[in-house]
Design a protein around this ligand. Structure first.
Ligand SMILES: O=C(O)c1cccc(C(=O)CC[C@H]2O[C@@H](n3cnc4c(=O)[nH]cnc43)[C@H](O)[C@@H]2O)c1
Length: 235
Protein backbone atom coordinates (compact mmCIF):
# COMPACT_ATOMS: atom_id res chain seq x y z
CA UNK A 1 0.00 0.00 0.00
CA UNK A 2 1.61 3.31 -1.11
CA UNK A 3 0.26 6.23 0.92
CA UNK A 4 0.79 9.96 0.43
CA UNK A 5 0.04 12.18 3.45
CA UNK A 6 -0.42 15.85 2.54
CA UNK A 7 -0.33 18.44 5.31
CA UNK A 8 -0.30 22.20 4.77
CA UNK A 9 2.83 23.27 6.65
CA UNK A 10 6.06 21.60 7.83
CA UNK A 11 5.05 21.59 11.54
CA UNK A 12 2.01 19.48 10.67
CA UNK A 13 4.12 17.17 8.49
CA UNK A 14 6.60 16.79 11.37
CA UNK A 15 3.76 16.00 13.80
CA UNK A 16 2.70 13.17 11.46
CA UNK A 17 6.35 12.08 11.11
CA UNK A 18 6.66 11.67 14.91
CA UNK A 19 4.24 8.73 14.65
CA UNK A 20 6.91 6.82 12.69
CA UNK A 21 10.23 5.48 13.92
CA UNK A 22 13.52 5.61 12.02
CA UNK A 23 15.14 8.16 9.76
CA UNK A 24 13.22 10.00 7.03
CA UNK A 25 14.63 10.26 3.52
CA UNK A 26 14.06 13.50 1.60
CA UNK A 27 13.04 13.01 -2.01
CA UNK A 28 13.12 16.21 -4.08
CA UNK A 29 10.63 16.44 -6.95
CA UNK A 30 9.92 19.32 -9.34
CA UNK A 31 8.16 21.91 -7.17
CA UNK A 32 7.82 19.76 -4.02
CA UNK A 33 9.84 17.59 -1.66
CA UNK A 34 8.66 14.36 -0.08
CA UNK A 35 9.80 12.99 3.27
CA UNK A 36 9.71 9.19 3.01
CA UNK A 37 9.31 7.18 6.21
CA UNK A 38 11.09 3.83 6.67
CA UNK A 39 7.67 2.17 6.23
CA UNK A 40 7.21 3.81 2.83
CA UNK A 41 4.74 6.58 3.66
CA UNK A 42 5.46 9.79 1.75
CA UNK A 43 4.84 12.95 3.79
CA UNK A 44 4.32 16.20 1.92
CA UNK A 45 4.05 19.76 3.25
CA UNK A 46 1.81 20.77 0.37
CA UNK A 47 1.19 24.42 1.27
CA UNK A 48 -1.65 26.45 2.72
CA UNK A 49 -4.93 26.78 0.84
CA UNK A 50 -6.74 24.58 -1.68
CA UNK A 51 -4.90 25.75 -4.80
CA UNK A 52 -1.33 25.16 -3.63
CA UNK A 53 -2.35 21.96 -1.85
CA UNK A 54 -3.90 20.67 -5.09
CA UNK A 55 -0.86 21.64 -7.18
CA UNK A 56 1.63 20.04 -4.78
CA UNK A 57 -0.43 16.88 -4.33
CA UNK A 58 -0.85 16.57 -8.10
CA UNK A 59 2.94 16.91 -8.55
CA UNK A 60 3.57 14.06 -6.09
CA UNK A 61 0.84 11.87 -7.64
CA UNK A 62 2.18 12.47 -11.16
CA UNK A 63 5.78 11.71 -10.14
CA UNK A 64 4.70 8.43 -8.52
CA UNK A 65 2.62 7.44 -11.56
CA UNK A 66 5.48 8.19 -13.96
CA UNK A 67 7.78 6.04 -11.81
CA UNK A 68 5.32 3.17 -12.23
CA UNK A 69 4.57 3.12 -8.49
CA UNK A 70 1.32 5.06 -8.10
CA UNK A 71 -0.16 5.84 -4.68
CA UNK A 72 -3.08 3.74 -3.42
CA UNK A 73 -4.36 6.40 -1.03
CA UNK A 74 -3.93 10.11 -0.30
CA UNK A 75 -4.53 11.43 3.23
CA UNK A 76 -5.11 15.15 3.84
CA UNK A 77 -4.10 15.87 7.43
CA UNK A 78 -3.51 18.80 9.75
CA UNK A 79 -5.07 21.16 12.22
CA UNK A 80 -8.51 22.72 11.79
CA UNK A 81 -11.15 24.93 13.27
CA UNK A 82 -13.89 22.94 15.02
CA UNK A 83 -17.58 23.85 15.08
CA UNK A 84 -18.63 24.04 18.73
CA UNK A 85 -19.68 22.18 20.75
CA UNK A 86 -19.48 19.10 18.46
CA UNK A 87 -15.73 19.29 17.78
CA UNK A 88 -13.93 20.50 20.91
CA UNK A 89 -10.32 21.69 20.91
CA UNK A 90 -7.86 18.79 20.76
CA UNK A 91 -10.46 16.41 19.32
CA UNK A 92 -10.16 14.59 16.00
CA UNK A 93 -12.44 14.68 12.97
CA UNK A 94 -12.47 12.33 9.99
CA UNK A 95 -14.24 13.64 6.91
CA UNK A 96 -17.08 11.56 5.55
CA UNK A 97 -17.56 14.49 3.15
CA UNK A 98 -14.93 16.97 2.00
CA UNK A 99 -16.79 20.04 0.81
CA UNK A 100 -15.60 23.29 -0.75
CA UNK A 101 -17.73 25.77 1.19
CA UNK A 102 -16.95 28.94 -0.74
CA UNK A 103 -16.62 27.68 -4.32
CA UNK A 104 -19.53 29.34 -6.09
CA UNK A 105 -21.29 32.65 -6.53
CA UNK A 106 -22.82 35.12 -4.12
CA UNK A 107 -26.29 36.19 -5.31
CA UNK A 108 -28.97 38.48 -3.94
CA UNK A 109 -30.69 35.30 -2.73
CA UNK A 110 -27.60 33.86 -1.10
CA UNK A 111 -24.69 31.60 -2.02
CA UNK A 112 -24.85 29.26 -5.00
CA UNK A 113 -22.31 26.42 -5.23
CA UNK A 114 -20.63 25.96 -8.64
CA UNK A 115 -22.63 22.78 -9.15
CA UNK A 116 -25.81 24.88 -9.22
CA UNK A 117 -24.16 27.12 -11.81
CA UNK A 118 -23.82 24.03 -13.97
CA UNK A 119 -20.19 22.97 -13.63
CA UNK A 120 -17.55 21.50 -11.39
CA UNK A 121 -17.93 19.66 -8.12
CA UNK A 122 -17.96 20.80 -4.51
CA UNK A 123 -17.88 17.52 -2.58
CA UNK A 124 -15.69 14.46 -2.45
CA UNK A 125 -16.71 11.43 -0.38
CA UNK A 126 -13.94 9.22 1.00
CA UNK A 127 -14.72 5.47 0.88
CA UNK A 128 -17.15 4.68 3.73
CA UNK A 129 -15.18 1.62 4.84
CA UNK A 130 -12.04 3.72 5.14
CA UNK A 131 -13.85 6.38 7.17
CA UNK A 132 -15.21 3.66 9.48
CA UNK A 133 -11.74 2.14 9.89
CA UNK A 134 -10.19 5.55 10.66
CA UNK A 135 -12.94 6.41 13.17
CA UNK A 136 -12.60 3.10 14.94
CA UNK A 137 -8.79 3.30 15.08
CA UNK A 138 -8.46 6.91 16.24
CA UNK A 139 -11.70 7.72 18.07
CA UNK A 140 -12.27 10.64 15.67
CA UNK A 141 -15.79 11.86 14.98
CA UNK A 142 -16.99 11.41 11.40
CA UNK A 143 -18.57 14.43 9.71
CA UNK A 144 -18.26 16.99 6.97
CA UNK A 145 -14.99 18.88 6.85
CA UNK A 146 -15.35 22.16 4.97
CA UNK A 147 -12.56 23.62 2.87
CA UNK A 148 -12.48 27.42 2.89
CA UNK A 149 -10.14 29.97 1.34
CA UNK A 150 -10.87 32.47 4.12
CA UNK A 151 -10.68 31.41 7.77
CA UNK A 152 -14.01 32.10 9.48
CA UNK A 153 -13.71 35.01 11.90
CA UNK A 154 -17.23 35.86 13.03
CA UNK A 155 -20.14 34.08 14.70
CA UNK A 156 -22.36 35.14 11.80
CA UNK A 157 -20.15 33.41 9.22
CA UNK A 158 -19.91 30.27 11.38
CA UNK A 159 -23.72 30.20 11.67
CA UNK A 160 -24.14 30.71 7.91
CA UNK A 161 -21.77 27.82 7.18
CA UNK A 162 -23.61 25.54 9.61
CA UNK A 163 -26.95 26.50 8.10
CA UNK A 164 -25.69 25.45 4.65
CA UNK A 165 -23.75 22.44 5.98
CA UNK A 166 -25.53 21.11 9.11
CA UNK A 167 -23.23 18.06 9.28
CA UNK A 168 -20.06 20.17 9.32
CA UNK A 169 -17.73 19.43 12.23
CA UNK A 170 -14.63 21.34 11.11
CA UNK A 171 -13.20 23.76 8.59
CA UNK A 172 -9.70 23.83 7.14
CA UNK A 173 -8.13 25.10 3.93
CA UNK A 174 -6.69 22.19 1.95
CA UNK A 175 -8.86 19.06 1.97
CA UNK A 176 -10.86 19.82 -1.17
CA UNK A 177 -7.72 20.70 -3.14
CA UNK A 178 -6.01 17.48 -2.08
CA UNK A 179 -9.19 15.54 -2.92
CA UNK A 180 -9.45 17.12 -6.39
CA UNK A 181 -5.88 16.07 -7.19
CA UNK A 182 -6.50 12.54 -5.86
CA UNK A 183 -9.74 12.25 -7.85
CA UNK A 184 -7.97 13.32 -11.05
CA UNK A 185 -5.63 10.35 -10.54
CA UNK A 186 -8.42 7.96 -9.52
CA UNK A 187 -6.92 7.56 -6.04
CA UNK A 188 -9.11 7.44 -2.90
CA UNK A 189 -8.76 10.21 -0.34
CA UNK A 190 -9.17 10.52 3.43
CA UNK A 191 -9.09 13.71 5.53
CA UNK A 192 -8.09 13.67 9.21
CA UNK A 193 -8.06 16.88 11.25
CA UNK A 194 -7.12 17.75 14.82
CA UNK A 195 -9.02 20.74 16.17
CA UNK A 196 -6.80 23.67 17.16
CA UNK A 197 -9.36 26.46 17.50
CA UNK A 198 -13.09 27.06 17.51
CA UNK A 199 -14.75 28.20 14.28
CA UNK A 200 -16.15 31.63 15.05
CA UNK A 201 -15.04 35.02 16.35
CA UNK A 202 -11.31 35.52 15.82
CA UNK A 203 -9.44 34.93 19.09
CA UNK A 204 -5.80 33.97 18.68
CA UNK A 205 -5.46 33.43 22.45
CA UNK A 206 -7.91 30.53 22.14
CA UNK A 207 -5.73 28.53 19.72
CA UNK A 208 -4.33 25.26 21.05
CA UNK A 209 -2.00 24.39 18.18
CA UNK A 210 0.41 22.34 20.33
CA UNK A 211 -2.43 20.18 21.66
CA UNK A 212 -3.78 19.67 18.15
CA UNK A 213 -0.36 18.68 16.79
CA UNK A 214 0.07 16.16 19.64
CA UNK A 215 -3.37 14.75 18.87
CA UNK A 216 -2.34 14.41 15.22
CA UNK A 217 0.79 12.43 16.17
CA UNK A 218 -1.20 10.11 18.44
CA UNK A 219 -3.87 9.67 15.78
CA UNK A 220 -1.37 8.67 13.10
CA UNK A 221 0.21 6.12 15.44
CA UNK A 222 -3.21 4.43 15.61
CA UNK A 223 -4.28 5.12 12.04
CA UNK A 224 -1.42 3.55 10.11
CA UNK A 225 -2.22 -0.09 10.97
CA UNK A 226 -5.84 0.57 9.97
CA UNK A 227 -4.77 2.11 6.65
CA UNK A 228 -2.48 -0.80 5.89
CA UNK A 229 -5.18 -3.39 6.46
CA UNK A 230 -7.75 -1.48 4.39
CA UNK A 231 -8.26 -2.60 0.81
CA UNK A 232 -9.62 -0.21 -1.82
CA UNK A 233 -12.30 -2.77 -2.77
CA UNK A 234 -13.92 -2.53 0.69
CA UNK A 235 -17.04 -0.41 0.79
O1 LIG B 1 -5.52 34.61 11.86
C1 LIG B 1 -6.46 33.94 12.25
O2 LIG B 1 -7.43 34.42 12.86
C2 LIG B 1 -6.45 32.47 12.01
C3 LIG B 1 -7.35 31.66 12.69
C4 LIG B 1 -7.30 30.27 12.50
C5 LIG B 1 -6.34 29.73 11.64
C6 LIG B 1 -5.48 30.58 10.98
C7 LIG B 1 -4.48 30.07 10.07
O3 LIG B 1 -3.83 30.79 9.35
C8 LIG B 1 -4.27 28.60 10.01
C9 LIG B 1 -4.45 28.11 8.64
C10 LIG B 1 -3.98 26.68 8.54
O4 LIG B 1 -4.49 25.87 9.58
C11 LIG B 1 -5.69 25.21 9.20
N1 LIG B 1 -6.71 25.82 10.06
C12 LIG B 1 -6.64 25.82 11.41
N2 LIG B 1 -7.71 26.39 11.94
C13 LIG B 1 -8.49 26.79 10.92
C14 LIG B 1 -9.76 27.45 10.87
O5 LIG B 1 -10.40 27.79 11.89
N3 LIG B 1 -10.27 27.69 9.65
C15 LIG B 1 -9.61 27.32 8.51
N4 LIG B 1 -8.41 26.70 8.54
C16 LIG B 1 -7.85 26.42 9.72
C17 LIG B 1 -5.82 25.44 7.71
O6 LIG B 1 -6.02 24.21 7.06
C18 LIG B 1 -4.50 26.09 7.27
O7 LIG B 1 -3.58 25.14 6.84
C19 LIG B 1 -5.52 31.95 11.15
Amino acid sequence: MRILVATAVPVERDAVARAFTGPMREIPLPGVALNRTPGGYDLLAAGVGPALAAASTAAALTAAALEGAPYDLVVSAGIAGGFQPEAPLGSLVVADEITAADLGAETADGFLPVTELGFGTVTHRPPQSLVRAAVSATGARPGTVLTVSTVTGTAARAAALLERHPAALAEAMEGFGVAEAAAAHGVPVLELRAVSNPVGPRDRAAWRIGDALSALTTAFGKLTPALESWTPHDQ
